[in-house]
Design a protein around this ligand. Structure first.
Ligand code: URA
Length: 213
């Protein structure tokens, strides 16, 4: 498994504004979108491209464009939705699949309540959007589902990651016949007793969309 922690001044600036408790939901949504676009640039460093013959106003030349089959972007509902626009800005022609997962706040285990992913995704590069890699339970379940459908190249984009979550992914996917990459803006200190990332940014879904209760 490959982990990329993106060390860039703009990423740090936007993340710091996201973390602030006083940042409003409206600003949080904008910042999250901008931050994802920056992370997406790094996360697509191995995007498959194919040669294409084109003509510029000056001469013919060979360029490169995204290869078929096109990649699939999978936001994990609900908080992953807040990352979708930022990702699609960079890859507007990618396909989008949806995965609804909820974590039980007591057991911290993830269950799937919505699945809009094609049944066969072998040969497709997949980009999973999940803002908080905390215990790793949700992301492990999501990536397992994608591997069962045939994916062999999965990149998870997370705003923040905790060491516990990364270790869980490492344990689940090290030595497996698949390229799994995690791209994140920061690796935080730890999880607290409620499974929140410390210092983190709180509940990403609530900060994006308000409390569901
Ligand atoms: N999910 C969140 O939204 N925040 C955390 O800190 C951990 C999990």
């Amino acid at each position: 498994m490959r982990t990329l922690v993106i060390d860039h001044p703009l990423v740090a600036h936007k993340l710091t504004r996201l973390r602030r408790a006083e940042t409003s939901s409206a600003t949080f949504r904008l910042l999250a979108e901008e931050l994802v676009t920056l992370l997406a640039y790094e996360a697509t460093d191995s995007l498959r491209v194919q040669p294409v013959e084109i003509t510029t106003p000056v001469s013919p030349t060979t360029g490169r464009e995204m290869a078929e089959p096109l990649p699939i972007v999978v936001p994990i509902l609900r908080a992953g939705l807040g990352m979708l626009n930022g990702m699609m800005k960079l890859m507007p022609t990618a396909e989008v699949g949806f995965l609804g997962m909820v974590r039980d706040e007591t057991s911290l285990t993830a269950t799937t309540y919505a699945d809009r992913i094609p049944h066969d995704i072998h040969d497709r590069q997949v980009f999973v959007l999940d803002p908080m890699l905390a215990t790793g339970g949700t992301l492990v379940a999501a990536i397992e589902l994608l591997l069962e459908r045939g994916a062999r190249d999965v990149t998870a984009i997370c705003l923040l990651a905790a060491p516990e979550g990364l270790a869980r992914l490492e344990e689940a996917f090290a030595g497996r016949d698949a390229d799994v990459t995690v791209v994140t803006a920061a690796l935080d200190e730890r999880l607290n007793e409620k499974g929140y990332i410390v210092p983190g940014l709180g509940d990403a879904g609530d900060r994006l969309y308000g409390s569901a209760e």
